[in-house]
Design a protein around this ligand. Structure first.
Ligand code: M6R
Length: 620
Protein backbone atom coordinates (compact mmCIF):
# COMPACT_ATOMS: atom_id res chain seq x y z
CA UNK A 1 0.00 0.00 0.00
CA UNK A 2 2.07 3.02 1.17
CA UNK A 3 5.66 3.31 -0.05
CA UNK A 4 8.78 5.04 1.27
CA UNK A 5 11.96 6.13 -0.51
CA UNK A 6 14.84 8.14 0.94
CA UNK A 7 18.10 9.40 -0.56
CA UNK A 8 21.25 11.23 0.47
CA UNK A 9 24.32 11.70 -1.70
CA UNK A 10 25.85 13.71 -4.50
CA UNK A 11 22.99 13.68 -6.99
CA UNK A 12 19.82 15.74 -7.02
CA UNK A 13 17.43 13.88 -4.75
CA UNK A 14 14.07 14.71 -6.36
CA UNK A 15 14.46 12.70 -9.61
CA UNK A 16 15.75 9.67 -7.67
CA UNK A 17 12.89 9.88 -5.20
CA UNK A 18 10.22 10.06 -7.91
CA UNK A 19 11.94 7.24 -9.82
CA UNK A 20 11.91 5.12 -6.66
CA UNK A 21 8.27 5.95 -5.98
CA UNK A 22 7.37 4.97 -9.53
CA UNK A 23 8.67 1.44 -8.79
CA UNK A 24 6.26 1.24 -5.87
CA UNK A 25 3.20 2.39 -7.81
CA UNK A 26 2.03 -1.20 -8.21
CA UNK A 27 1.22 -1.28 -4.49
CA UNK A 28 -1.61 1.21 -4.92
CA UNK A 29 -1.76 4.75 -3.54
CA UNK A 30 -3.88 7.85 -3.79
CA UNK A 31 -1.34 10.66 -3.34
CA UNK A 32 2.40 11.18 -3.40
CA UNK A 33 4.94 13.64 -2.10
CA UNK A 34 8.59 14.40 -1.50
CA UNK A 35 10.64 16.68 0.73
CA UNK A 36 14.14 17.70 -0.33
CA UNK A 37 16.86 19.50 1.66
CA UNK A 38 20.02 21.26 0.54
CA UNK A 39 23.35 21.27 2.35
CA UNK A 40 22.35 24.27 4.46
CA UNK A 41 19.27 22.44 5.68
CA UNK A 42 16.91 24.55 3.58
CA UNK A 43 14.04 22.10 3.00
CA UNK A 44 11.03 22.24 0.73
CA UNK A 45 8.22 19.88 0.06
CA UNK A 46 5.81 19.08 -2.77
CA UNK A 47 2.73 16.85 -2.63
CA UNK A 48 -0.03 15.97 -5.06
CA UNK A 49 -3.22 13.95 -4.96
CA UNK A 50 -3.70 11.17 -7.49
CA UNK A 51 -1.12 9.55 -9.69
CA UNK A 52 2.58 10.15 -9.37
CA UNK A 53 2.53 11.96 -12.71
CA UNK A 54 0.63 14.80 -10.99
CA UNK A 55 3.52 15.22 -8.59
CA UNK A 56 5.95 14.90 -11.48
CA UNK A 57 4.20 17.67 -13.48
CA UNK A 58 4.38 19.95 -10.49
CA UNK A 59 8.09 19.20 -10.05
CA UNK A 60 8.75 19.70 -13.76
CA UNK A 61 7.30 23.18 -13.66
CA UNK A 62 9.00 24.11 -10.36
CA UNK A 63 11.85 21.72 -9.46
CA UNK A 64 13.04 21.15 -5.89
CA UNK A 65 16.81 21.29 -5.43
CA UNK A 66 18.79 19.41 -2.81
CA UNK A 67 20.87 16.28 -2.39
CA UNK A 68 18.90 14.72 0.45
CA UNK A 69 15.24 13.83 0.49
CA UNK A 70 12.39 11.55 1.46
CA UNK A 71 9.37 10.51 -0.61
CA UNK A 72 6.13 8.66 -0.12
CA UNK A 73 3.14 7.19 -1.88
CA UNK A 74 0.13 7.26 0.44
CA UNK A 75 -2.85 4.96 0.58
CA UNK A 76 -5.28 6.84 2.80
CA UNK A 77 -6.14 5.41 6.22
CA UNK A 78 -6.45 8.38 8.60
CA UNK A 79 -8.02 11.24 6.68
CA UNK A 80 -9.20 11.51 3.08
CA UNK A 81 -6.81 11.44 0.13
CA UNK A 82 -5.96 15.15 -0.03
CA UNK A 83 -2.83 17.21 -0.43
CA UNK A 84 -2.90 18.23 3.22
CA UNK A 85 -3.04 14.59 4.34
CA UNK A 86 -0.33 13.47 1.91
CA UNK A 87 3.18 12.77 3.14
CA UNK A 88 5.72 14.10 3.94
CA UNK A 89 4.39 15.69 7.11
CA UNK A 90 6.33 18.34 8.97
CA UNK A 91 6.21 19.79 12.43
CA UNK A 92 4.45 23.11 13.00
CA UNK A 93 7.71 25.06 12.48
CA UNK A 94 8.70 23.26 9.26
CA UNK A 95 11.93 21.83 10.73
CA UNK A 96 11.31 18.08 10.82
CA UNK A 97 9.91 16.10 7.87
CA UNK A 98 8.57 12.56 8.15
CA UNK A 99 7.19 9.93 5.78
CA UNK A 100 5.49 6.98 7.40
CA UNK A 101 4.13 3.55 6.55
CA UNK A 102 1.89 1.72 9.00
CA UNK A 103 -0.27 2.99 11.81
CA UNK A 104 0.37 4.97 15.01
CA UNK A 105 -2.20 3.42 17.33
CA UNK A 106 -2.08 6.04 20.08
CA UNK A 107 -1.80 9.10 17.84
CA UNK A 108 -5.06 10.59 19.13
CA UNK A 109 -3.86 10.87 22.72
CA UNK A 110 -0.43 12.17 21.61
CA UNK A 111 -2.17 14.75 19.48
CA UNK A 112 -4.27 15.97 22.40
CA UNK A 113 -1.12 16.26 24.52
CA UNK A 114 0.74 18.23 21.80
CA UNK A 115 -2.25 20.46 21.15
CA UNK A 116 -2.33 21.27 24.86
CA UNK A 117 1.27 22.49 24.42
CA UNK A 118 0.19 24.79 21.62
CA UNK A 119 1.05 22.65 18.59
CA UNK A 120 -1.26 23.30 15.64
CA UNK A 121 -2.04 20.38 13.36
CA UNK A 122 -2.79 20.74 9.69
CA UNK A 123 -3.88 17.22 8.71
CA UNK A 124 -6.14 14.45 9.96
CA UNK A 125 -3.36 11.88 9.79
CA UNK A 126 -1.84 9.81 12.56
CA UNK A 127 1.59 10.65 11.07
CA UNK A 128 1.66 14.35 11.88
CA UNK A 129 2.30 13.73 15.58
CA UNK A 130 5.71 12.25 14.69
CA UNK A 131 7.55 15.32 13.33
CA UNK A 132 6.19 17.30 16.26
CA UNK A 133 7.36 14.73 18.80
CA UNK A 134 10.81 14.59 17.19
CA UNK A 135 11.08 18.40 17.04
CA UNK A 136 10.18 18.67 20.72
CA UNK A 137 12.69 16.00 21.72
CA UNK A 138 15.46 17.50 19.56
CA UNK A 139 14.94 20.94 21.06
CA UNK A 140 15.53 19.39 24.46
CA UNK A 141 18.67 17.36 23.70
CA UNK A 142 20.12 18.77 20.42
CA UNK A 143 21.03 15.24 19.42
CA UNK A 144 19.13 13.58 16.59
CA UNK A 145 19.63 9.89 17.48
CA UNK A 146 18.63 10.59 21.07
CA UNK A 147 15.71 12.76 19.98
CA UNK A 148 14.27 10.08 17.70
CA UNK A 149 14.66 7.36 20.31
CA UNK A 150 13.05 9.49 22.96
CA UNK A 151 10.24 10.68 20.65
CA UNK A 152 9.33 7.14 19.68
CA UNK A 153 9.39 5.77 23.21
CA UNK A 154 5.74 6.56 23.81
CA UNK A 155 4.56 5.72 20.30
CA UNK A 156 2.61 2.49 19.82
CA UNK A 157 1.99 0.79 16.50
CA UNK A 158 3.61 -0.90 13.54
CA UNK A 159 5.49 1.53 11.37
CA UNK A 160 8.43 2.42 9.16
CA UNK A 161 9.69 5.99 8.93
CA UNK A 162 12.10 8.17 7.02
CA UNK A 163 12.97 11.43 8.77
CA UNK A 164 14.88 14.64 7.94
CA UNK A 165 15.76 17.45 10.35
CA UNK A 166 16.84 20.86 8.98
CA UNK A 167 19.45 21.24 11.73
CA UNK A 168 21.14 17.98 10.65
CA UNK A 169 21.10 18.35 6.84
CA UNK A 170 23.71 15.69 6.17
CA UNK A 171 21.47 12.90 7.52
CA UNK A 172 18.36 10.94 6.59
CA UNK A 173 17.09 8.64 9.33
CA UNK A 174 15.23 5.39 8.65
CA UNK A 175 13.32 3.58 11.41
CA UNK A 176 11.77 0.13 11.28
CA UNK A 177 9.17 -0.96 13.80
CA UNK A 178 7.46 -3.99 12.16
CA UNK A 179 6.76 -2.43 8.72
CA UNK A 180 9.55 -3.42 6.31
CA UNK A 181 12.40 -1.04 5.49
CA UNK A 182 15.69 -1.62 3.69
CA UNK A 183 18.86 0.40 3.23
CA UNK A 184 20.62 0.53 -0.15
CA UNK A 185 24.34 1.24 -0.21
CA UNK A 186 25.87 3.22 -3.06
CA UNK A 187 29.18 4.99 -3.72
CA UNK A 188 29.02 8.37 -2.00
CA UNK A 189 25.25 7.99 -1.71
CA UNK A 190 22.80 5.87 0.21
CA UNK A 191 19.14 5.03 0.00
CA UNK A 192 16.31 3.69 2.09
CA UNK A 193 13.03 2.21 0.89
CA UNK A 194 10.08 0.19 2.07
CA UNK A 195 10.82 -2.32 -0.69
CA UNK A 196 14.20 -3.07 -2.29
CA UNK A 197 12.48 -2.91 -5.70
CA UNK A 198 12.33 0.88 -5.37
CA UNK A 199 16.10 1.27 -5.38
CA UNK A 200 17.16 -1.73 -7.43
CA UNK A 201 18.10 0.39 -10.44
CA UNK A 202 20.57 2.30 -8.22
CA UNK A 203 22.08 -0.41 -6.02
CA UNK A 204 21.81 -4.09 -5.16
CA UNK A 205 23.83 -3.86 -1.94
CA UNK A 206 21.08 -4.03 0.63
CA UNK A 207 20.85 -4.01 4.41
CA UNK A 208 17.54 -5.40 5.70
CA UNK A 209 16.62 -3.55 8.88
CA UNK A 210 15.23 -5.60 11.75
CA UNK A 211 12.35 -4.50 13.92
CA UNK A 212 13.40 -1.90 16.44
CA UNK A 213 16.34 -0.61 14.41
CA UNK A 214 17.13 2.85 13.12
CA UNK A 215 19.66 3.70 10.45
CA UNK A 216 21.49 7.01 10.01
CA UNK A 217 22.17 7.54 6.34
CA UNK A 218 24.84 9.99 5.25
CA UNK A 219 26.45 10.36 1.83
CA UNK A 220 29.58 8.70 3.11
CA UNK A 221 28.07 5.82 5.06
CA UNK A 222 25.31 4.22 7.09
CA UNK A 223 25.17 3.38 10.78
CA UNK A 224 22.50 1.19 12.34
CA UNK A 225 21.41 1.42 15.97
CA UNK A 226 19.09 -0.43 18.30
CA UNK A 227 16.13 1.85 18.84
CA UNK A 228 15.66 0.91 22.47
CA UNK A 229 19.22 0.82 23.81
CA UNK A 230 20.90 3.07 21.25
CA UNK A 231 23.65 0.46 20.85
CA UNK A 232 25.39 0.28 17.48
CA UNK A 233 24.50 -2.81 15.42
CA UNK A 234 26.66 -4.57 12.85
CA UNK A 235 24.53 -5.50 9.84
CA UNK A 236 25.15 -7.94 7.06
CA UNK A 237 25.15 -6.42 3.57
CA UNK A 238 23.32 -8.65 1.09
CA UNK A 239 24.07 -8.56 -2.61
CA UNK A 240 20.70 -9.08 -4.30
CA UNK A 241 20.88 -11.01 -7.54
CA UNK A 242 17.58 -9.52 -8.75
CA UNK A 243 17.47 -7.90 -12.13
CA UNK A 244 16.59 -4.20 -12.24
CA UNK A 245 13.86 -5.21 -14.73
CA UNK A 246 11.96 -6.89 -11.90
CA UNK A 247 10.31 -3.59 -11.10
CA UNK A 248 9.09 -3.10 -14.71
CA UNK A 249 6.43 -4.89 -16.71
CA UNK A 250 8.61 -4.88 -19.82
CA UNK A 251 6.51 -5.76 -22.86
CA UNK A 252 3.80 -7.40 -20.77
CA UNK A 253 0.52 -5.64 -19.99
CA UNK A 254 0.55 -6.90 -16.40
CA UNK A 255 3.12 -8.04 -13.86
CA UNK A 256 1.16 -11.26 -13.40
CA UNK A 257 1.61 -12.25 -17.04
CA UNK A 258 5.27 -11.31 -16.93
CA UNK A 259 5.76 -13.40 -13.81
CA UNK A 260 3.92 -16.38 -15.30
CA UNK A 261 6.39 -16.23 -18.19
CA UNK A 262 9.35 -16.09 -15.80
CA UNK A 263 8.54 -19.49 -14.30
CA UNK A 264 10.81 -21.62 -16.49
CA UNK A 265 13.72 -19.38 -15.49
CA UNK A 266 12.84 -19.89 -11.81
CA UNK A 267 13.22 -23.65 -12.22
CA UNK A 268 16.54 -23.16 -13.97
CA UNK A 269 17.77 -20.91 -11.18
CA UNK A 270 16.81 -23.50 -8.56
CA UNK A 271 18.85 -26.14 -10.36
CA UNK A 272 21.74 -23.74 -10.73
CA UNK A 273 21.74 -22.86 -7.02
CA UNK A 274 21.11 -26.27 -5.49
CA UNK A 275 21.84 -29.16 -7.84
CA UNK A 276 24.62 -30.69 -9.83
CA UNK A 277 22.93 -32.81 -12.50
CA UNK A 278 26.17 -34.31 -13.75
CA UNK A 279 27.21 -35.55 -10.34
CA UNK A 280 23.66 -36.29 -9.25
CA UNK A 281 23.79 -34.36 -6.02
CA UNK A 282 21.96 -31.59 -4.17
CA UNK A 283 23.24 -29.13 -1.57
CA UNK A 284 21.37 -26.41 0.32
CA UNK A 285 23.98 -23.96 1.62
CA UNK A 286 21.72 -22.27 4.18
CA UNK A 287 19.56 -25.19 5.31
CA UNK A 288 20.87 -24.84 8.86
CA UNK A 289 20.61 -28.55 9.75
CA UNK A 290 23.35 -31.11 9.26
CA UNK A 291 22.81 -34.29 7.24
CA UNK A 292 23.02 -36.14 10.54
CA UNK A 293 20.18 -34.06 11.99
CA UNK A 294 18.06 -34.51 8.86
CA UNK A 295 18.69 -38.26 8.94
CA UNK A 296 17.02 -38.30 12.35
CA UNK A 297 13.83 -36.61 11.09
CA UNK A 298 10.82 -38.95 11.24
CA UNK A 299 7.96 -36.46 11.05
CA UNK A 300 7.48 -33.14 9.29
CA UNK A 301 4.93 -30.37 9.79
CA UNK A 302 4.53 -27.94 6.93
CA UNK A 303 2.78 -24.66 7.71
CA UNK A 304 1.99 -21.80 5.32
CA UNK A 305 -0.86 -19.61 4.03
CA UNK A 306 -2.73 -19.28 0.74
CA UNK A 307 -0.75 -20.26 -2.32
CA UNK A 308 2.22 -21.18 -0.14
CA UNK A 309 -0.03 -23.62 1.73
CA UNK A 310 -0.97 -25.19 -1.61
CA UNK A 311 2.74 -25.54 -2.36
CA UNK A 312 3.02 -27.25 1.02
CA UNK A 313 0.34 -29.75 0.01
CA UNK A 314 2.37 -30.60 -3.10
CA UNK A 315 5.46 -30.79 -0.87
CA UNK A 316 3.75 -33.33 1.40
CA UNK A 317 3.10 -35.67 -1.52
CA UNK A 318 6.67 -35.25 -2.77
CA UNK A 319 8.36 -35.75 0.60
CA UNK A 320 6.18 -38.74 1.49
CA UNK A 321 6.93 -40.35 -1.88
CA UNK A 322 10.59 -39.49 -2.39
CA UNK A 323 11.74 -39.00 1.20
CA UNK A 324 9.43 -41.55 2.88
CA UNK A 325 8.82 -39.21 5.83
CA UNK A 326 5.32 -38.65 7.10
CA UNK A 327 4.16 -35.04 6.59
CA UNK A 328 1.31 -32.99 8.07
CA UNK A 329 0.30 -29.75 6.36
CA UNK A 330 -1.56 -26.94 8.12
CA UNK A 331 -2.53 -23.42 7.32
CA UNK A 332 -0.36 -21.34 9.62
CA UNK A 333 -3.33 -19.71 11.33
CA UNK A 334 -4.37 -23.19 12.55
CA UNK A 335 -0.93 -24.70 13.03
CA UNK A 336 0.04 -22.29 15.77
CA UNK A 337 -2.88 -23.42 17.93
CA UNK A 338 -2.16 -27.13 17.53
CA UNK A 339 -0.48 -29.03 20.29
CA UNK A 340 2.22 -30.53 18.06
CA UNK A 341 4.79 -30.88 20.86
CA UNK A 342 5.05 -29.83 24.51
CA UNK A 343 6.25 -26.30 25.21
CA UNK A 344 9.93 -26.37 26.13
CA UNK A 345 10.65 -22.66 26.03
CA UNK A 346 12.94 -23.34 23.09
CA UNK A 347 14.95 -26.23 24.57
CA UNK A 348 15.30 -28.94 21.92
CA UNK A 349 13.51 -32.08 22.98
CA UNK A 350 11.99 -33.32 19.81
CA UNK A 351 14.85 -33.80 17.38
CA UNK A 352 12.96 -36.18 15.10
CA UNK A 353 10.30 -33.59 14.23
CA UNK A 354 10.94 -30.85 11.70
CA UNK A 355 8.77 -27.85 10.82
CA UNK A 356 8.90 -26.36 7.34
CA UNK A 357 7.47 -22.85 6.91
CA UNK A 358 6.73 -21.70 3.38
CA UNK A 359 6.33 -18.04 2.44
CA UNK A 360 6.98 -15.88 -0.58
CA UNK A 361 7.30 -12.65 1.37
CA UNK A 362 8.85 -14.10 4.51
CA UNK A 363 6.72 -11.56 6.40
CA UNK A 364 3.30 -13.24 6.65
CA UNK A 365 2.25 -12.75 10.27
CA UNK A 366 0.52 -16.12 10.70
CA UNK A 367 3.43 -18.06 9.24
CA UNK A 368 5.92 -16.11 11.33
CA UNK A 369 3.84 -16.82 14.44
CA UNK A 370 3.85 -20.52 13.47
CA UNK A 371 7.65 -20.46 13.27
CA UNK A 372 7.89 -18.78 16.65
CA UNK A 373 5.47 -21.28 18.17
CA UNK A 374 7.47 -24.19 16.76
CA UNK A 375 10.69 -22.76 18.20
CA UNK A 376 8.99 -22.33 21.59
CA UNK A 377 8.15 -26.02 21.42
CA UNK A 378 11.77 -26.93 20.82
CA UNK A 379 11.32 -27.90 17.18
CA UNK A 380 13.76 -27.21 14.38
CA UNK A 381 12.43 -25.00 11.58
CA UNK A 382 13.50 -24.72 7.96
CA UNK A 383 11.83 -22.01 5.94
CA UNK A 384 11.26 -22.04 2.20
CA UNK A 385 11.20 -18.34 1.38
CA UNK A 386 11.59 -16.02 -1.57
CA UNK A 387 12.54 -12.73 0.08
CA UNK A 388 16.05 -12.64 1.46
CA UNK A 389 16.67 -11.77 5.10
CA UNK A 390 12.94 -11.52 5.82
CA UNK A 391 11.47 -12.04 9.29
CA UNK A 392 10.60 -15.72 8.75
CA UNK A 393 14.14 -16.42 7.53
CA UNK A 394 15.62 -14.79 10.60
CA UNK A 395 13.31 -16.70 12.94
CA UNK A 396 14.13 -20.09 11.38
CA UNK A 397 17.11 -22.39 11.86
CA UNK A 398 17.77 -22.50 8.14
CA UNK A 399 16.37 -21.42 4.80
CA UNK A 400 15.97 -22.71 1.29
CA UNK A 401 15.53 -19.68 -0.94
CA UNK A 402 13.12 -20.13 -3.83
CA UNK A 403 15.03 -17.75 -6.13
CA UNK A 404 11.92 -16.57 -7.93
CA UNK A 405 13.07 -12.94 -7.86
CA UNK A 406 10.74 -10.20 -6.65
CA UNK A 407 7.09 -11.02 -7.27
CA UNK A 408 5.05 -7.87 -7.79
CA UNK A 409 1.59 -9.13 -8.72
CA UNK A 410 -0.55 -9.91 -5.70
CA UNK A 411 -1.51 -13.24 -7.27
CA UNK A 412 1.39 -15.52 -6.62
CA UNK A 413 2.63 -17.45 -9.64
CA UNK A 414 6.38 -17.71 -10.03
CA UNK A 415 6.85 -17.82 -6.26
CA UNK A 416 4.59 -20.92 -6.20
CA UNK A 417 6.72 -22.60 -8.87
CA UNK A 418 9.81 -21.66 -6.88
CA UNK A 419 8.25 -23.20 -3.77
CA UNK A 420 7.25 -26.50 -5.34
CA UNK A 421 10.59 -26.61 -7.18
CA UNK A 422 12.50 -26.12 -3.93
CA UNK A 423 10.32 -28.73 -2.19
CA UNK A 424 10.93 -31.17 -5.03
CA UNK A 425 14.69 -30.80 -4.57
CA UNK A 426 14.30 -31.03 -0.78
CA UNK A 427 12.36 -34.26 -1.08
CA UNK A 428 15.12 -35.74 -3.26
CA UNK A 429 17.71 -34.54 -0.76
CA UNK A 430 15.84 -36.14 2.15
CA UNK A 431 15.39 -39.33 0.12
CA UNK A 432 19.12 -39.44 -0.53
CA UNK A 433 20.00 -38.77 3.13
CA UNK A 434 17.60 -41.51 4.25
CA UNK A 435 19.24 -43.94 1.83
CA UNK A 436 16.24 -44.25 -0.51
CA UNK A 437 17.62 -42.44 -3.53
CA UNK A 438 20.95 -43.47 -4.95
CA UNK A 439 23.19 -41.41 -7.25
CA UNK A 440 21.75 -42.89 -10.44
CA UNK A 441 18.14 -42.24 -9.43
CA UNK A 442 19.03 -38.76 -8.27
CA UNK A 443 20.71 -38.06 -11.60
CA UNK A 444 17.66 -39.25 -13.55
CA UNK A 445 15.33 -37.12 -11.44
CA UNK A 446 17.49 -34.03 -11.82
CA UNK A 447 17.70 -34.54 -15.56
CA UNK A 448 13.92 -34.69 -15.72
CA UNK A 449 13.66 -31.59 -13.56
CA UNK A 450 15.99 -29.84 -15.98
CA UNK A 451 13.64 -30.66 -18.88
CA UNK A 452 10.62 -29.05 -17.27
CA UNK A 453 11.51 -25.40 -18.10
CA UNK A 454 11.56 -26.19 -21.82
CA UNK A 455 8.14 -27.89 -21.54
CA UNK A 456 6.78 -24.92 -19.64
CA UNK A 457 7.98 -22.61 -22.39
CA UNK A 458 6.07 -24.71 -24.93
CA UNK A 459 2.83 -24.12 -23.01
CA UNK A 460 3.58 -20.41 -22.70
CA UNK A 461 4.37 -20.06 -26.41
CA UNK A 462 0.75 -20.65 -27.38
CA UNK A 463 -2.06 -19.98 -24.93
CA UNK A 464 -4.77 -19.55 -27.57
CA UNK A 465 -6.68 -22.62 -26.28
CA UNK A 466 -6.69 -21.16 -22.78
CA UNK A 467 -7.91 -17.83 -24.14
CA UNK A 468 -10.76 -19.60 -25.94
CA UNK A 469 -11.78 -21.31 -22.71
CA UNK A 470 -11.63 -17.95 -20.94
CA UNK A 471 -13.89 -16.39 -23.56
CA UNK A 472 -16.38 -19.20 -23.06
CA UNK A 473 -16.52 -18.96 -19.25
CA UNK A 474 -15.65 -15.38 -18.28
CA UNK A 475 -19.23 -14.57 -17.31
CA UNK A 476 -19.57 -17.55 -14.95
CA UNK A 477 -20.50 -16.78 -11.37
CA UNK A 478 -19.15 -19.97 -9.81
CA UNK A 479 -16.58 -22.60 -10.74
CA UNK A 480 -15.22 -25.85 -9.32
CA UNK A 481 -11.70 -27.15 -9.69
CA UNK A 482 -11.19 -30.85 -9.05
CA UNK A 483 -8.17 -33.11 -8.95
CA UNK A 484 -6.72 -36.17 -7.28
CA UNK A 485 -3.23 -36.87 -5.96
CA UNK A 486 -0.93 -34.12 -7.18
CA UNK A 487 -3.94 -32.71 -9.01
CA UNK A 488 -5.72 -31.92 -5.73
CA UNK A 489 -3.45 -29.11 -4.47
CA UNK A 490 -3.21 -27.93 -8.07
CA UNK A 491 -7.03 -27.70 -8.10
CA UNK A 492 -7.02 -25.68 -4.87
CA UNK A 493 -4.44 -23.33 -6.31
CA UNK A 494 -6.34 -22.99 -9.61
CA UNK A 495 -9.49 -22.03 -7.71
CA UNK A 496 -7.61 -19.51 -5.57
CA UNK A 497 -6.07 -17.88 -8.64
CA UNK A 498 -9.46 -17.54 -10.30
CA UNK A 499 -11.29 -16.18 -7.27
CA UNK A 500 -8.66 -13.68 -6.18
CA UNK A 501 -8.27 -11.87 -9.50
CA UNK A 502 -11.58 -12.46 -11.33
CA UNK A 503 -13.89 -12.39 -8.26
CA UNK A 504 -15.66 -15.51 -9.53
CA UNK A 505 -16.61 -17.74 -6.64
CA UNK A 506 -14.38 -20.78 -7.15
CA UNK A 507 -13.77 -23.84 -4.98
CA UNK A 508 -11.13 -26.51 -5.27
CA UNK A 509 -11.93 -30.07 -4.25
CA UNK A 510 -10.37 -33.46 -4.08
CA UNK A 511 -12.35 -34.92 -6.98
CA UNK A 512 -13.48 -37.90 -4.90
CA UNK A 513 -15.20 -35.54 -2.46
CA UNK A 514 -17.51 -34.12 -5.09
CA UNK A 515 -20.16 -36.76 -4.60
CA UNK A 516 -20.15 -36.20 -0.84
CA UNK A 517 -21.92 -32.87 -1.13
CA UNK A 518 -20.63 -30.34 -3.67
CA UNK A 519 -22.12 -32.25 -6.60
CA UNK A 520 -25.49 -30.86 -5.53
CA UNK A 521 -24.35 -27.55 -6.99
CA UNK A 522 -23.54 -28.88 -10.44
CA UNK A 523 -25.78 -27.67 -13.24
CA UNK A 524 -25.32 -26.27 -16.73
CA UNK A 525 -24.13 -22.95 -15.31
CA UNK A 526 -21.28 -24.51 -13.35
CA UNK A 527 -17.91 -24.79 -15.12
CA UNK A 528 -15.70 -27.50 -13.63
CA UNK A 529 -11.97 -27.55 -14.27
CA UNK A 530 -10.73 -31.13 -13.93
CA UNK A 531 -7.05 -31.94 -13.66
CA UNK A 532 -6.89 -35.15 -15.59
CA UNK A 533 -3.22 -35.76 -16.19
CA UNK A 534 -1.92 -39.34 -16.28
CA UNK A 535 -1.26 -41.04 -12.96
CA UNK A 536 -2.54 -43.66 -10.58
CA UNK A 537 -5.92 -41.97 -10.20
CA UNK A 538 -6.46 -41.11 -13.87
CA UNK A 539 -9.35 -43.56 -14.37
CA UNK A 540 -11.01 -42.29 -11.24
CA UNK A 541 -10.90 -38.67 -12.32
CA UNK A 542 -12.48 -39.65 -15.63
CA UNK A 543 -15.35 -41.15 -13.62
CA UNK A 544 -15.66 -37.93 -11.62
CA UNK A 545 -15.81 -35.96 -14.86
CA UNK A 546 -18.62 -38.17 -16.08
CA UNK A 547 -20.51 -37.53 -12.86
CA UNK A 548 -20.25 -33.81 -13.59
CA UNK A 549 -21.22 -34.22 -17.22
CA UNK A 550 -24.24 -36.31 -16.33
CA UNK A 551 -25.54 -33.34 -14.32
CA UNK A 552 -25.05 -30.84 -17.11
CA UNK A 553 -21.82 -29.28 -15.73
CA UNK A 554 -19.41 -27.79 -18.26
CA UNK A 555 -15.96 -29.39 -18.18
CA UNK A 556 -12.56 -27.94 -18.86
CA UNK A 557 -9.96 -30.68 -18.61
CA UNK A 558 -6.26 -30.14 -18.09
CA UNK A 559 -4.81 -33.24 -19.69
CA UNK A 560 -1.71 -34.73 -21.29
CA UNK A 561 -1.06 -33.94 -24.93
CA UNK A 562 -1.39 -37.59 -26.00
CA UNK A 563 -4.63 -38.24 -24.16
CA UNK A 564 -7.42 -38.91 -26.65
CA UNK A 565 -9.86 -40.36 -24.15
CA UNK A 566 -10.39 -37.22 -22.09
CA UNK A 567 -11.83 -35.27 -25.04
CA UNK A 568 -14.93 -37.50 -24.90
CA UNK A 569 -15.98 -35.95 -21.62
CA UNK A 570 -14.69 -32.41 -21.70
CA UNK A 571 -15.97 -29.28 -23.45
CA UNK A 572 -12.42 -27.91 -23.53
CA UNK A 573 -9.09 -29.65 -23.16
CA UNK A 574 -6.08 -27.62 -22.09
CA UNK A 575 -3.04 -29.62 -23.07
CA UNK A 576 0.10 -30.06 -21.01
CA UNK A 577 3.14 -32.26 -21.72
CA UNK A 578 2.97 -35.87 -20.53
CA UNK A 579 5.20 -36.16 -17.47
CA UNK A 580 5.95 -38.42 -14.55
CA UNK A 581 3.18 -37.73 -12.04
CA UNK A 582 5.34 -35.90 -9.52
CA UNK A 583 6.26 -33.30 -12.15
CA UNK A 584 2.68 -32.54 -13.20
CA UNK A 585 2.11 -29.69 -10.67
CA UNK A 586 4.75 -27.64 -12.50
CA UNK A 587 3.04 -27.75 -15.88
CA UNK A 588 -0.57 -27.88 -14.64
CA UNK A 589 -0.07 -24.58 -12.80
CA UNK A 590 0.42 -22.69 -16.05
CA UNK A 591 -2.97 -23.18 -17.75
CA UNK A 592 -4.65 -22.54 -14.37
CA UNK A 593 -2.82 -19.26 -13.91
CA UNK A 594 -3.44 -18.19 -17.50
CA UNK A 595 -7.11 -19.13 -17.39
CA UNK A 596 -7.57 -16.95 -14.31
CA UNK A 597 -5.51 -14.20 -15.90
CA UNK A 598 -7.46 -14.08 -19.17
CA UNK A 599 -10.80 -14.21 -17.38
CA UNK A 600 -9.78 -11.31 -15.12
CA UNK A 601 -8.66 -9.30 -18.17
CA UNK A 602 -11.97 -10.00 -19.94
CA UNK A 603 -13.83 -8.87 -16.83
CA UNK A 604 -11.70 -5.74 -16.88
CA UNK A 605 -10.38 -6.08 -13.34
CA UNK A 606 -7.12 -4.84 -11.92
CA UNK A 607 -5.17 -8.06 -12.39
CA UNK A 608 -2.07 -7.10 -10.42
CA UNK A 609 -3.88 -5.46 -7.54
CA UNK A 610 -7.11 -7.28 -6.77
CA UNK A 611 -9.49 -5.62 -4.38
CA UNK A 612 -9.14 -6.16 -0.63
CA UNK A 613 -5.83 -7.99 -0.95
CA UNK A 614 -2.26 -7.11 -0.02
CA UNK A 615 0.88 -8.73 -1.33
CA UNK A 616 2.22 -9.28 2.12
CA UNK A 617 -0.22 -9.97 4.95
CA UNK A 618 1.47 -8.75 8.10
CA UNK A 619 -1.58 -8.95 10.38
CA UNK A 620 -2.83 -12.15 12.02
O1 M6R B 1 4.07 -14.27 1.33
P1 M6R B 1 3.36 -15.55 1.62
O2 M6R B 1 3.70 -16.63 0.67
O3 M6R B 1 3.55 -16.00 3.04
O4 M6R B 1 1.84 -15.20 1.43
C1 M6R B 1 0.85 -16.14 1.71
C2 M6R B 1 -0.44 -15.79 1.04
O5 M6R B 1 -0.92 -14.55 1.52
C3 M6R B 1 -0.30 -15.70 -0.48
O6 M6R B 1 0.20 -16.88 -1.00
C4 M6R B 1 -1.66 -15.40 -1.14
O7 M6R B 1 -2.52 -16.46 -0.96
C5 M6R B 1 -1.44 -15.09 -2.62
N1 M6R B 1 -1.84 -13.76 -2.90
C6 M6R B 1 -2.23 -15.94 -3.53
O8 M6R B 1 -1.97 -15.64 -4.87
Amino acid sequence: MCGIVGYIGTQQAAPLLTLGLSKLEYRGYDSAGIAVADAAGEASMRRAVGKLRNLQHSLDSAPLAGRAGIGHTRWATHGAPSEINSHPHRDATGTVFVVHNGIIENYAEIRVELEAQGVEFRSQTDTEVLPNLIKRAYDECQNLPRAIRSALQGVRGAYALAVMHSAVPDTVVAVRQTSPLVIGLGEGENFCASDALAILSETRRIIFLDNGEMAFLRAEGVEVFDLESGARRQKEVQQLDWSADSANKGDFPHFMLKEVHEQPAVMERLLHHYADEEKGCIAFPHIGLSREELRGVRRIFIQACGTSWHAGLVGKLLIERLGLISVDVDTSSEFRYRNVAPHTGGAILDSDTLVIAISQSGETADTLAGVQEAKERGLKVISVVNMPASSIVRASDGVIYTHAGPEVSVASTKAYIGQIGALYLLSLYLGEIHGLIDRARMKRRLEKFAEVPRLMREILADDSGIQRAAQRFWLAEHAFFIGRGYGQPSALEGALKLKEISYIHAEGYAAGELKHGPIALIDEKMPVVAIATQGVTYEKILSNMQEVRARGGKLIAVAGEDDEEVGKYADFVLRVPELTESFTPFVVALPMQLLAYHIAVLRDYDVDMPRNLAKSVTVE
